[in-house]
Design a binder for this molecule. Structure first.
Ligand code: PEP
Ligand code: MG
Length: 572
């Protein structure tokens, strides 16, 4: 069923819809739009004849709920893992006593049974939305339960996915657990929803099935059933009626990368032997242990502030040293490096004992290294603790400062770090520091480019604002130019320049970064294999050409296409 305005593809280039990428991968198939609405006439007819007596109405409600909940439970018994959990949770939500009390209250207030059920669900929806976060994402489940109960009351079949026979891309407003649980990945090649976030059920199930998934795609419901689309779960795009040969090439390349990823063991190098260090981003001892299981060569970013988000006061030097030593431990034996970032408190990472209160514009305020001006002891204590932990664990610890804007800031920081026998570095997150990276390099041993903040500050677009996602895209050529300037400055003096923002985790962008001269890439450890496998498929020359082409591109879409043209093999 189609809702909304139909999307007409452009005659020359494919029309592209954009959303939030949730599960990587590429799929090419016809769209099947999931029906979300009930037969309005049949529901109206039922409303006219529904029982008005409270006891009889509640009896009808209980019978409808039993059918819906039993349906969920039966399906839960046929599947495993996350799918079984979400179906069991939906069965429980359908039977919820509070929901039933809400229906009774509405009946007493004079509502008809369908109206009472809808109003009771509305109350719960408002409550869930008010609570925000994960609760707000359960609103889709509630709405799904409401539609199913109303369908059962009216004697209609429950709405949802009718399993197709040929491969499809499922498109929906949002997919409820009952829609997604038990989907066959051989038939459903990708999921696309107009609503939903990274933690919605659609995302959870897509991850479990390992099929590409893009959520929050504005205009997805305008796609007509049967329209051919190419879904790219890494780029977060849905291309409408793409060129068939190009689409087949991209699906094949994705398949090849998946196969290569599964067997890639590191260490990372291009096909012709250029070595690149792949490192992990970690937050605490737990994530450090988990990352060490992956084929990484150390830690490129230890976000120390994330261990202190719930601390009301500054931990002692000894407490900090213990924590840091626990993070270092899994890397000490192999003689690997751990890059510690000093506290990046403030803005999106509020720390009770370090954040400046009442700033008008905290992202541009006293955050990161700037905190040391007012509170030098904070930095002194942290550096003492890192030095102690390095000595105790025997790890090669490097220390870098976040939010460096000038050479002088970097110099003052480096002096304190080196006084403790450690290597000193600066993060490049502020455009001013990128433009003058050669100056910063005069006073530090290494640089690490934080593309998340560098993108935010270059594009003057809040990294937390989902409606500015087209600007906070690391493929923005302006951002890439600053990365290239920084990498070139490192090459010039032979000092390491890494990337530790999200850009490093995108396999194609990673190749272009290497082509610019970046010497290490640090990322969430789960992304390491795909990046390593992609690098192994290309030569250093291809990386350089990709770098040149993305820097010459006019916008992120052109940059992605240019990189793909150089790095991804084409079919005959
Ligand atoms: C960055 O800004 O890219 C970065 C790595 O730091 P964070 O994401 O912690 O701000
Ligand atoms: Mg940052």
């Amino acid at each position: 069923m189609v809702t909304g305005e139909a999307v007409t593809p452009d005659a020359t280039s494919p029309h592209v819809l954009r959303g939030t990428p949730v599960v990587p991968g590429v799929a090419h198939a016809a769209v099947a739009v999931v029906a979300g609405e009930l037969d309005g006439a049949a529901v109206a007819a039922y409303r006219a004849s529904a029982p008005t007596d409270e006891a009889a109405a509640l009896e009808a409600y209980d019978a409808a709920v039993a059918l819906v909940a039993d349906g969920f439970a039966t399906r839960a018994s046929h599947v495993e893992g996350a799918a079984a959990q979400v179906l069991t949770a939906s069965a429980g939500l359908a039977r919820d006593r509070g929901l039933r009390s809400g229906v009774r209250k509405q009946l007493r207030a004079g509502a008809d049974l369908v109206g009472a059920a809808e109003a009771a669900v509305d109350t719960f929806v408002a409550l869930f939305e008010q609570q925000g976060g994960l609760m707000a994402e359960r609103v889709t489940d509630l709405r799904d339960i409401e539609r199913r109960i109303v369908a059962r009351l009216a004697g209609l079949p429950e709405p949802g996915v009718v399993m197709p026979e040929t491969p499809v891309v499922l498109v929906a407003a949002d997919l409820a657990p009952s829609d997604t649980a038990g989907l066959d990945p051989a038939v459903v090649l990708a999921l696309v929803t107009e609503r939903g976030g990274a933690t919605s059920h659609t995302a959870i199930i897509a991850r479990q099935l390992g099929i590409p998934c893009v959520v929050g795609v504005v205009g997805a419901l305008g796609l007509a059933d049967g329209t051919t689309v190419l879904v790219d779960g890494t780029a977060g795009t849905v291309e409408v009626e793409p060129d068939a040969t190009d689409a087949a090439d991209r699906v094949a390349a994705d398949g090849a990368l998946r196969a290569a990823t599964a067997s890639w063991t590191g260490p990372a190098a291009t096909a012709d032997g250029l070595r690149i260090k792949l490192l992990a981003n970690v937050a605490d001892p737990g994530s450090a242990v988990a990352a060490a299981e992956q084929p990484v060569e150390g830690v490129g970013l230890f976000r120390t502030e994330l261990s202190f988000l719930d601390r009301p006061s500054e931990p002692t030097v000894e407490e900090q040293a213990e924590l840091y030593a626990a993070v270092f431990a899994p890397y000490a034996a192999a003689g690997q490096t751990v890059v510690v970032r000093t506290l990046d408190a403030g803005s999106d990472k509020p720390i009770a004992f370090a954040t400046h209160e009442g700033e008008e514009n905290p992202a541009l305020g006293v955050r990161g290294l700037r905190l040391a001006a007012d509170n030098p002891d904070l930095l002194v204590h942290q550096l003492d603790a890192v030095a102690l932990a390095a000595e105790r664990s025997g790890v090669d610890a490097w220390v870098m400062a976040p939010m460096v804007a000038t050479r002088d800031e970097a110099a003052a920081f480096a002096e304190q770090v080196r006084a403790r026998g450690l290597k000193a570095g600066a993060m490049i997150e502020v455009p001013a520091a990128a433009v003058l990276a050669h100056r910063v390099l005069e006073v530090v041993d290494f640089l690490s480019i934080g593309t998340n903040d560098l993108t935010q500050y270059t594009m003057a677009a809040d990294r937390m604002a989902s409606d500015l996602a087209h600007l906070t895209d690391p493929w923005q050529p302006a951002v890439l130019h600053l990365v290239a300037i920084t990498a070139a400055a490192g090459q010039q003096v032979g000092k390491p320049v890494g990337v530790c923002g999200e850009a490093a985790a995108d396999p194609l962008l990673a190749c272009a970064l290497v082509g610019m001269g970046v010497t290490s890439l640090s990322m969430a450890s789960g992304a390491v294999r795909a990046v390593g496998a992609q690098l192994a498929l290309v030569t250093a020359e291809q990386c350089e050409e990709a770098a040149e082409r993305v820097l010459a591109a006019a916008d992120p879409t052109a940059a992605r296409e240019a990189a793909r043209a150089v790095l991804v093999p084409r079919g005959e």
